[in-house]
Ligand binder design. Structure first.
Ligand SMILES: [Zn+2]
Length: 402
């Protein structure tokens, strides 16, 4: 679980394995993360002894945000424990060239991309991407995701398993990529606080999250009644589940990607973000109506650091785009097809969007048939919904609780 640390002198510094991950509760994880956050406020910004020349300590704001982000997802990846860093574009290329064969021209191209990404999002994002890469390559993902918290809450776990594992998603995005899918209560004040501080006050608490360990968690919102919780969950399966699978299959999270491809994925997502028209379609996706003026959900993200804000918006937009691709019930020709008019299903995907879907999300499944997958998700969701409705009636959950 613990990524090795790579120094830029080429020597690998290995730390003794600490007991971590398995056998540690989420609460302990959170406490550790908050401890690290407290330690930060006492630390100077000078590089520590023995630090690699191409890495420098991150701006404190970034480090805090990375930690809060992890806390809000109920995780604290080991690479964040000592504080985030900045990585130069040259340092990034050094790491990529150590991990995969790269020709001189490919290196030059990668350096250009790394410079763009660093200028847009900050040198911290290059460091985070590099660390997330080594973390992803080491994380142990079971052949099938583990399901937890469902049966314990009387929820029909077999139908939920079918929804995720019977072919409703592109190959490589769930099996061998998602470690676990669980149901939990979003009541930890640290998680809520972390989320609000990173994403701003404009966004409501998430109904689900994807952690860097690729655990998807569907949440019961604090203070919700059981009836509200079940309604929200049913709704989640249509919209939120594909969105979270999108996160688990993006540049930071996906298992089995080259470091250079992770960077290219991020840069290609930035290119889509800069095509502003997308936001209107994505508003429609979430709400099924749009006046054409309101911001998309990802545009509501606010962070005091403008570069990080942009990064977080690109991350969310990309997960939304993947969900859009899956949700529109369209074979590829129609996804590329005609007529984007208000209130219709037609949607002109741009070449940049098609590139993002096909080159990255469908990289292990080039012949993925979205129509067939939609039918599978629809059918399994129907079974799930039917059982949930029966459950709500049987348990009399319509009655409001306090
Ligand atoms: Zn998201």
């Amino acid at each position: 679980m613990r990524p090795e640390r790579y120094s830029l002198t080429g020597a690998e510094e290995k730390k003794p394995e600490k007991k971590q991950g398995a056998g540690i509760s989420r609460r302990e994880f959170l406490a550790a993360g908050l401890g690290a956050l407290a330690a930060l406020s006492q630390r100077g910004d000078k590089p520590s002894r023995g630090e690699a020349p191409l890495e420098q300590p991150a701006d404190r704001e970034f480090t805090e945000n990375f930690l809060l982000l992890s806390i809000s997802r109920g995780e604290t990846p080991s690479f964040l424990r000592e504080g985030a860093k900045k990585l130069t574009p040259e340092g990034f290329v050094w790491h990529a060239a150590n991990a995969e064969p790269l020709s001189e021209s490919r290196k030059a191209e990668l350096l250009d991309t790394a410079k763009t990404v660093s200028a847009e999002f900050g040198a911290e994002i290059l460091w985070y991407l590099k660390e997330a890469h080594f973390f992803a390559e080491k994380k142990a993902i079971p052949p099938q995701p583990r399901f937890s918290g469902w049966a314990e809450n009387d929820l029909p776990v077999d139908d939920i398993k079918d929804f995720f594992t019977k072919g409703g998603f592109p190959r490589g995005t769930i099996m061998g990529n998602v470690a676990g899918i669980r149901y939990d209560t979003f009541t930890d004040p640290n998680m809520q606080e972390g989320y609000r501080r990173v994403y701003g006050e404009n966004r409501s608490l998430p109904s689900a999250t994807a952690s860097l360990e690729n655990r998807l968690t569907f949440y019961r919102q604090p203070n919700s009644t059981q009836f509200e919780a079940v309604s929200e969950l049913v709704h989640s399966f249509r919209r939120t589940a594909p969105h979270e699978v999108g996160h688990a299959s993006s540049w930071m999270n996906r298992k089995g990607m080259k470091l250079s491809d992770r960077l290219a994925f991020l840069k290609d997502a930035l290119a889509v973000y800069e095509e502003k028209e997308r936001s209107k379609v994505l508003v429609w996706l979430r709400t099924r109506h749009s006046t054409g003026d309101e911001p998309a959900d990802y545009e509501k993200i606010q962070n005091p650091n403008a570069k990080l804000q942009k990064y977080l918006q690109v991350e969310e937009m990309t997960a939304d785009l993947f969900a859009l691709y899956l949700d529109m019930n369209m074979p590829p020709v129609k996804f590329a097809g005609a007529g984007q008019e208000k209130g219709t299903f037609g949607y002109n995907a741009t070449d940049k969007e098609k590139n993002l879907i096909h080159r990255y999300f469908l990289k292990d499944d080039p012949n993925f048939d979205p129509q067939k997958a939609w039918t599978i998700r629809h059918d399994t969701e129907y079974n799930f919904r039917r059982k949930m409705n029966a459950l709500v009636k049987r348990k009399n959950w319509f009655v409001l609780e306090h």
